[in-house]
Design a protein around this ligand. Structure first.
Ligand code: GRF
Length: 216
């Protein structure tokens, strides 16, 4: 592990193809980041199996094992904190994180639509139903809302006649994986600044301490 590599905890809920792209990227030391743990809100998912195959520690924190949502929020924040991440990545993690995590770590999320259009769990289906001809994917900071945090990067994907939710989502995910890897890598190597809703990558000299900076 490079001294200057930033520490990532990646959270997943499903197949974990975005996670796999990150696992592949961090295999190259020049990427600038290491995945120190993969967490999930359910067990038995391919995302966790991918982490195990890569030799990355995993943890599972299920909402139903807690008396209420606030208790889960505290528990998952503690599980994440145990790995001392510089950055948390939600890669197909289908839960809104609470204040215990959001106040402790910068959290990056990825979404299969061009925010602020079509937020929520059915961004691909909603974009198709609306009839848009161009959609895409967004990498953004997570905040307390549903896909409302400051946008870091976006990429477009055309909608084809005859697309259904599955074909369109698969095409978006191909672009999304590349965008996530590129964006997280730049954040790791160059740092970032958030001013209001505006995110700028760059302007950090590696090794100057803070991996990111938020100016309100
Ligand atoms: C991604 O499109 C993500 O944006 C959405 O669910 C998909 C997860 O895919 N929330 P995978 O688990 O990374 O394969």
């Amino acid at each position: 592990m490079s001294d200057q590599a930033i520490r990532l905890v990646v959270l997943v809920s499903g197949s974990g193809t975005n996670l796999q792209s990150l696992l592949d990227a961090v295999a190259d030391e020049s990427y600038g980041a290491v995945i120190v743990a993969v967490g999930a809100d359910r067990d038995g998912i391919e995302g966790l199996a991918r982490a195990e195959r890569a030799g990355v520690p995993t943890f599972v924190e299920r909402v139903r094992d807690h008396s209420d949502r606030a208790a889960w929020d505290e528990a998952i924040a503690a599980r994440i904190a145990a790995h001392k991440p510089d950055l948390v990545i939600c890669a197909g993690f289908m839960r809104i994180l609470g204040a215990p995590t959001l106040s402790a770590f910068p959290v990056v999320n990825t979404h299969p639509a061009l925010l602020p259009a079509f937020p929520g769990a059915h961004g691909v289906r909603d974009a198709l139903a609306y009839g848009v001809r161009v959609t895409g994917c967004t990498v953004m900071f997570a905040d307390a809302g549903v896909d409302t945090g400051p946008i870091i990067a976006q990429e477009t994907v055309r909608v084809y006649d005859g697309d259904d939710e599955d074909t369109l989502h698969e095409r978006i995910k191909t672009v999304e994986r590349g965008l996530l890897v590129e964006t997280v890598g730049r954040m790791a190597r160059e740092g970032w600044t958030v001013t209001g809703r505006n995110v700028r990558l760059g302007s950090r000299t590696r090794g100057d301490g803070e991996p990111g900076r938020t100016t309100k």
